[in-house]
Design a protein around this ligand. Structure first.
Ligand code: G3H
Ligand code: 13P
Ligand code: ZN
Length: 287
C-alpha cells in the first residue's frame, strides 16, 4: 500500500526504530526491495534519483514501483520518494508524474540560497500534498573523489542553523551530516553523536541519515537512539547486485543465456542485503 512518507516516519519515531530508504534502479531491485519488505513485514521507502529517472524513464520507474507495491504488497506501508532532486525543474517533473515525496538537495549551495530554493520547493510541493526533505550540511561523495584525510568540519550540519533552516523552509524531514558519507569505507570513524543529539533537541521533524550502507556494528543502533528515523542505502544493494553477477560470470559453470536466471540470482542477493538492513534498523515486524 502506498502511504505518506510522513506517516511511516512518524510511526518510526513513536516506536523508536528507523526505516530504510533504498534506492531502486530497475524492475529487479524494485522487486527485491518489495519482496524483502513483505517477507519481514517491514515498512519501507523506495527512492529514485534523477540519474535513474533518465536511465529507466521517470514515468516507467514510478509505475514499476507503484504497480509492484499495489499488486504484490498491498498490506505493507511503502513510500515512494525522489532522492537528491537537484533543481526545481526535476521536482516539478517528479510531482507531475505522481511522486508523493521529494528531496530537494541544496546542500552544496550557500546557506541563503539553500534556504531560498528549498522554501520555493516546499511552497510548490505542500500545495499539492507532497512531502519535502531538505539537506543541511553536506553528505559528501568521498569515495568517488578518492579523497585521503577529510576535513569533516567542512561538511557537518550546524545545529543552530538546522533549527533556523527548518523554521524558514518548512521542510518535513531533514538530512544531516554528522560524519556520514556516500559510498563505502570513508565515514568519519566515530560519528559526531553529540552534534546529532544537539540537532535532535532543536528540531522536531524526522532526521534522515544518508550514506548508511556502512553503518554497521552498533553505529546505526546508536544513531536511532539519538533520534535518526531513516537511513538511506544505495551502495550496499548495488554491490549485492554486481557481486552476484560477478560470481555468476566468474564461476566455472556455464552461466547459460537465460537472463532471468542470471538476474534472478542478483535479485535474491539484493533482497538478502535489504533484509539485513531492515533488521539492523529495527523496522522488521513493524508493518
Ligand atoms: O546518494 C545517492 C546515490 O547513491 C547516487 O546515486 O548514481 O543514482 O545519482 P545516482
Ligand atoms: P550509500 O550509497 O552510501 O548507501 O548512500 C545512499 C544515499 O545516501 C542515497 O541518497
Ligand atoms: Zn544520499
Amino acid at each position: 500500500m502506498i502511504v505518506d512518507i510522513r506517516e511511516i516516519l512518524a510511526k518510526a519515531r513513536e516506536g523508536g526504530y528507523a526505516v530504510g530508504a533504498f534506492n531502486t534502479i530497475n524492475l529487479e531491485t524494485t522487486r527485491a526491495i518489495v519482496e524483502a519488505a513483505q517477507e519481514l513485514k517491514s515498512p519501507v521507502i523506495i527512492q529514485v534519483t534523477e540519474k535513474t529517472m533518465e536511465y529507466a524513464g521517470g514515468r516507467m520507474i514510478f509505475n514499476i514501483i507503484k504497480n509492484d507495491v499495489e499488486f504484490y504488497a498491498p498490506e505493507i506501508p511503502v513510500a515512494i520518494h525522489l532522492d537528491h532532486g537537484g533543481s526545481f525543474e526535476i521536482v516539478q517533473r517528479a510531482v507531475e508524474i505522481g511522486w508523493p515525496s521529494v528531496m530537494y538537495d541544496g546542500s552544496r549551495k550557500e546557506y541563503v540560497d539553500n534556504v531560498e530554493m528549498t522554501k520555493k520547493v516546499v511552497g510548490f510541493c505542500h500545495e499539492k500534498g507532497v512531502a519535502v526533505q531538505g539537506e543541511l550540511g553536506n553528505v559528501p561523495y568521498l569515495s568517488e573523489h578518492k579523497m585521503g584525510a577529510v576535513d569533516w568540519d567542512k561538511y557537518m550540519t550546524d545545529p543552530e542553523q538546522a533549527k533556523d533552516f527548518v523554521e524558514r523552509t518548512g521542510v518535513d524531514t531533514l538530512a544531516v551530516a554528522i560524519g556520514n558519507a556516500h559510498g563505502f569505507f570513508v565515514e568519519r570513524e566515530i560519528p559526531d553523536f553529540e552534534r546529532l543529539e544537539k540537532i535532535r533537541s532543536l528540531i522536531d521533524i524526522p532526521i534522515i541519515l544518508h550514506g548508511a550502507s556502512d553503518w554497521e556494528d552498533g553505529k546505526a543502533e546508536q544513531a536511532i537512539k539519538m533520534g535518526v528515523n531513516c537511513f538511506n542505502v544505495d551502495t550496499d544493494t548495488r554491490m549485492a547486485f554486481v557481486n552476484s553477477l560477478s560470481t555468476t560470470f566468474k564461476s566455472d559453470k556455464d552461466p547459460g543465456f537465460d537472463v532471468r536466471t542470471i538476474l534472478g540470482d542478483a535479485r535474491k542477493a539484493v533482497k538478502e542485503s535489504v533484509k539485513h538492513k531492515m533488521r539492523l534498523f529495527g523496522s522488521d515486524g513493524k508493518a
